[in-house]
Design a binder for this molecule. Structure first.
Ligand code: GRF
Length: 220
């Protein structure tokens, strides 16, 4: 049973999906700590309602050289004190320092609301619509030094429909986020992911596993 830490900044719907997966024993893990950089993030009371400890590492007043790493060291300290072994970013709106990324390499994952490597960074849905892409989706990936650039663990695709705006597309993608993030975390906690260069190999995945628009499939 792995000890998971979740970093949040906002409403925390992906955090809730992960906590639900743990509660239902679909993820072989327990959440040891939720950390927010935003003191009034709606995710924090939601985490507490699951009986999970929370901490705030406030970013106010931390500008200037070295501030990013200093902030991340405080987050790291809280995570280690709670015995965290795996970290999930769930709407964490801060760029991590190279130091933090290295300290948690191969144990730090993120979800991004596009089919990476297309449309990294902010306003993914806006970018998708501006480019007239016909398909979008979400990606769970290991975090490396490049923003939204690490090895891909799982993806789910959805259509972009005529008439979509950012909100309608975001809602369609979010539904898939809540399916693939728990699945990806379970694969990591079960020790089934191996990083091979910029690719992730899913161990013990049947070669004839059905190929759907959710990869790896929700069940195997
Ligand atoms: C999600 O769309 C996630 O992909 C992105 O930020 C959003 C966070 O939403 N990284 P929530 O806080 O999990 O509801």
């Amino acid at each position: 049973m792995k000890n998971v830490g979740i970093l949040v900044s906002g409403r925390g719907s992906n955090m809730v999906a992960l906590l639900e997966g743990m509660r239902a024993h679909e993820i072989d893990a327990r959440c040891a700590l939720v950390v927010s950089n935003v003191p009034d993030a709606p995710a924090l009371p939601k985490a507490r309602s699951y009986g999970v400890s929370t901490a705030v590492v406030d970013q106010r007043g931390t500008r200037g050289a070295g501030a990013r790493e200093a902030h991340d060291r405080a987050v790291d300290e809280a995570l280690r004190a709670a015995g965290v072994e795996v970290v999930c970013l769930a709407g964490y709106m801060r760029i991590l320092s190279a130091w933090f990324v290295e300290a948690w390499r191969d144990r730090l994952i993120n979800i991004h609301p596009s089919l990476l490597p297309s449309f990294p960074g902010l306003h993914a849905h806006r970018q998708v619509l501006e480019h007239g892409a016909r398909v979008s989706g979400c990606t769970v990936h290991f975090v490396d030094a490049e923003v939204d650039g690490g090895p891909i663990i799982a993806q789910a695709a959805v259509p972009v429909l005529p008439g979509d705006d950012e909100d309608s597309l975001a809602a369609r993608v979010l539904e898939q986020e809540h399916r693939v993030y728990p699945r990806a975390l379970q694969l990591l906690c079960a020790g089934r992911l191996r990083v091979d260069g910029r690719r992730v190999v899913v161990e013990a995945e049947p070669l004839d596993a059905p190929r759907s628009l959710v990869v790896p499939p929700p069940r195997d």
